[in-house]
Design a protein around this ligand. Sequence first.
Ligand code: AMP
Length: 282
Amino acid sequence: MKIITQIHEMQALVKELKKNNSIAFVPTMGYLHEGHLQLIRTARRSNDITIVSIFVNPIQFGPNEDFDAYPRDFERDKNICLTEDVDIVFYPSVEEMYPNPLSVKVLVQARTDVLCGDSRPGHFDGVATVLTKLFHIILPDRVYLGMKDAQQVAVVEGLISDFNFPIELIPVATVREADGLAKSSRNVNLSPMERDQAPAIYQSLSEAKEIIEDGEKNIEKIVSRVRDNIETKTNGTIDYIEIYSFPELQRIDKVQGKIIIAVAVQFTKVRLIDNIVLTIES
Ligand code: AMP
């Protein structure tokens, strides 16, 4: 396994590798867990070379967000990547990625007026900008993204299609703890009590799925059921509970077709997100 920290080195290597190999790219912010591993394993199955990037991207964090507190442990991540037979880890510094203030930024125009795009202004511009840079550096054939960040999947679909990147996006299902909590690097920043409460998020989404499958179509009723559940079972503050069409992220009047139910809950030091996507035949 190669560890590369310099952009020019990565580009030179990829130029050679691309001649005879398909390249899979798994972008991450590190502190790897089973969710990331699922992306890596899925990538390895269908590609010759798997490249994992580890980069906590400052420009996708807001001024009051957890950029400094975001967990980091490169030694641990390196060993995990070794065990998983990753071919290349791209691990640039902030200075390497942003040596100067950017003169051009990617602005995401659609699918960001809702959910995390609404609560985290500029977040998806930061994601789209860093991915544009990483796509140019790594030149992947396929990029693997987790459905845990479903809005990110929707936004990156738009980025790839609008900017004509010759890259196939492969969404990968959310990996969960045994109690249903979506795996996240941020879970380590939950207090023990919050960790006990946090599975209520997925439980409430699963219950919403059940009542929808039993015929409930009224969005307000479904949202209020999820809200009651989270409010009674956690001390977290609900940031949003919303239902949209997926992947368009358009408002809908009633539950029909392919939809997403998405939730964000702020705990003391951590904001957790989760979602389920389901298809309802009318
Ligand atoms: P992050 O390191 O949090 O930026 O995540 C890197 C990639 O891993 C993103 O595509 C995430 O959607 C994905 N990911 C994070 N958590 C999970 C999970 N629990 N299951 C599946 N994919 C995940």
